[in-house]
Ligand binder design. Structure first.
Ligand SMILES: Cc1cc2nc3c(=O)[nH]c(=O)nc-3n(C[C@H](O)[C@H](O)[C@H](O)COP(=O)(O)OP(=O)(O)OC[C@H]3O[C@@H](n4cnc5c(N)ncnc54)[C@H](O)[C@@H]3O)c2cc1C
Length: 297
């Protein structure tokens, strides 16, 4: 039996495994190799790893874990989970049955692409979610903002720090008159109509095409599609969740324990606000440490 099984071996899961390996705990990490930022050419903002391809950062982390003989990295999907603290069982897609005293869930979230031709193809290249991740490289260029909620108004104020060329795409949303007035005051045009296509060349946007027959050229489009957890294991475990503007995340306490004793969560799966590689790594490390400490006698 393992001390801990970690489900999801990306930034959060590997950071947890590192702490547990260093604490000489027996750990299995299950991973299917699909980190959320796999569509991006470079990852930004992680100290010491800025502007590196995400897969290179993960490959280096996996290589460093080879030093720890109690850590086992397994390329497999966790299909089902059952049991309770000190006696959890995990069944993998390969039919393997594993047991552990603690679980760390770090299987991330999956972004749900809207049914608009060209959107998915441009995701991570010229349609991006976060200015801290990708804003610096396109500062001063023409940014489109896909309106999703009144919170998009805050995004406009934020984005004006990077560029003064912003265009809002309302995409069917009614924007309140006071917000419209503020946008006009800021010289930010609002384009009405539904987006029907993202015209692009190998993921680089040329125009945002609307059902009003207008095609608007932008260099980059910031968007927050809805997302959902990458697996449904938390549902069968009955874990409490909290709502976010774009989906749900697992509820955790200050020691990263979920609503069920012995189950911890880290990374985007349990980050309600500003998810990032840095947050995932930090939370993963803390989940590993707190899971380890919970097993002390
Ligand atoms: C386009 C884009 C660009 C981004 N750029 C940046 C950036 O520049 N800087 C930054 O800090 N953040 C960036 N992010 C955010 C960053 O990708 C996430 O915050 C980070 O990946 C979260 O790490 P995680 O370990 O929580 O989850 P993930 O990295 O999503 O990893 C989850 C892992 O779990 C695995 N998994 C899923 N289900 C199962 C299962 N049932 N069994 C086993 N394994 C499973 C997946 O295959 C995956 O490997 C970007 C996001 C996007 C979408």
């Amino acid at each position: 039996m393992d001390d801990v099984i970690i489900i999801g071996g990306s930034f959060a899961g590997l950071a947890a495994a590192l702490q547990l390996g260093r604490a000489r705990r027996k750990v299995t990490v299950l991973d299917t190799g699909l980190p959320r930022n796999r569509f991006a050419g470079h990852s930004h903002g992680l100290l010491g790893h800025d502007h590196k391809p995400p897969q290179d950062i993960l490959a280096a982390a996996r290589q460093q874990l080879v030093r720890y003989p109690t850590v086992r990295l397994v390329n497999a999907r966790a299909d089902s989970v059952s049991g309770a603290i000190d006696h959890f069982s995990v069944r993998t897609g390969d039919g393997e049955s594993l047991g552990a005293r603690r679980l760390i869930l770090s299987y991330g979230v999956a972004d749900q692409m809207p049914d608009v031709p060209g959107f998915a193809e441009s995701w991570g290249t010229s349609i991006v979610p976060c200015p801290y991740c990708d804003g610096f490289e396109v500062a001063g260029r023409h940014w489109g903002v896909l309106w999703s909620s009144p919170q998009s108004h805050q995004s406009v104020k934020l984005f004006q720090h990077w560029t003064d060329k912003l265009t809002i795409f309302a995409d069917g949303h009614d924007i309140a008159p006071d917000i419209q007035a503020d946008l006009a005051h800021r010289n930010v045009p609002v384009i009405e109509g539904r987006i029907v296509e993202i015209a692009h060349h190998e993921g680089h946007i040329t125009t945002v095409n609307l059902d009003t027959r207008r095609n608007i050229a932008v260099d980059v489009l910031f968007a927050h599609p809805r997302n959902k957890p990458s697996a449904s294991l938390h549902e069968s475990l009955g874990l409490a969740t909290v709502d976010t503007p774009t989906g749900i995340v697992l509820k955790v306490d200050e020691r990263r324990q979920t609503s069920v004793p012995g189950i911890y969560a880290a990374g985007d799966l349990a980050t309600p606000f500003l998810p990032s590689v840095t947050q995932a790594s930090s939370q993963g490390a803390m989940a590993g440490i707190f899971a380890q400490q919970s097993m002390l006698v």
